[in-house]
Ligand binder design. Structure first.
Ligand code: ATP
Length: 253
């Protein structure tokens, strides 16, 4: 799904959180959002998910205004894994992933084989099949995160929004999640703190103080000057054995 942000601004109680953001995200692209704490990444993700209304400007998905899209329509197209998603319901892992299929169910179309298959595939993708019968509240933080991602995958979206999805994950699950996200043939927007992980994105956008201050290929954008100016760190770049850029951070400036 093609996504276009046009001069988007968002405020809460008059405080500007996002200012005049314009960017086009192509169909099938993996777009990374990076920026220091409080720079507006989660706010922008919530706008993309249709959970927060921009105060001016807007978002077009496949040239249609997101704000006018019926909620059910949106839920079939856009899946969002929030940063601090939680549930107080007494759910099993499978029931939590089943929730991803709700947008497809109706009085005329009950739960069917395709729903079952989508849930199974999603559990397998995040290696949580063995936990399917476990109660949510008995899971570790990283296991919960993987279930949230499975729920989003079961939704079979055209746009997947992931807000810091590698938080809580051990290194193996971080790498396997990034490989899984990279391989998905849909449009993906992913907010990340780990700038080395961000180099796996097709393009990245850098937020600073609610403004999009740079957009482009990770190797062009994540240069030493930008890292000093926006993130306040001294960093050097090396080439990894596969030729991809690697950042080494030495100290806070
Ligand atoms: N409901 C709110 N009321 C007031 N200020 C808010 C509200 N929500 C967010 N903010 C402020 O907006 C700014 C952007 O927040 P946001 O969560 O989008 O940043 P972020 O880049 O995702 O940060 P982090 O890296 O810490 O997760 C922050 O300064 C935050 O304190």
């Amino acid at each position: 799904m093609k996504v276009e942000l046009r001069r988007l601004s968002a405020r809460i109680h008059r405080a500007p959180l996002l200012e005049d953001i314009s960017v086009r995200i192509e169909r099938g692209e993996l777009f990374g959002l990076v920026g220091p704490n409080g720079s507006g990444k989660s706010t922008l993700m919530r706008c993309l998910a249709g959970l927060q209304r921009p105060t001016s400007g807007g978002i077009l998905v496949e040239d249609a205004d997101l704000a006018r899209m019926p909620a059910r329509h949106r839920a079939r197209r856009i899946a969002f894994v929030e940063q601090q998603a939680d549930t107080t319901d007494r759910l099993t892992v499978r029931q939590a992933v089943d929730l991803g299929r709700i947008p497809y169910l109706s009085a005329l179309r009950g739960w069917g084989r395709s729903d079952e298959a989508a849930v199974e595939a999603a559990l397998t993708a995040v290696e949580m099949t063995a936990f399917a019968g476990r109660l949510w509240h008995t899971l570790s933080g990283g296991e919960r995160q993987r279930v949230h991602i499975a729920r989003a995958l079961a939704q079979d979206p055209r746009l997947l929004l992931l807000d810091e999805p590698t938080n809580h994950l051990d290194i193996r699950h971080q790498l396997s999640l990034m490989a899984l996200v990279r391989a998905l043939p849909i449009t993906r927007v992913i907010a990340l703190h780990d700038l080395n992980q961000a180099t796996a994105c097709d393009r990245i956008g850098v937020l600073s103080g609610g403004r999009l201050v740079a957009t482009g290929l990770p190797r062009d954008v994540l240069n030493e000057d930008l890292l000093a100016e926006v993130f306040g760190v001294a960093a050097t770049r090396h080439a990894a054995p596969d030729g991809s850029p690697r950042l080494h951070f030495s100290h806070a400036l």
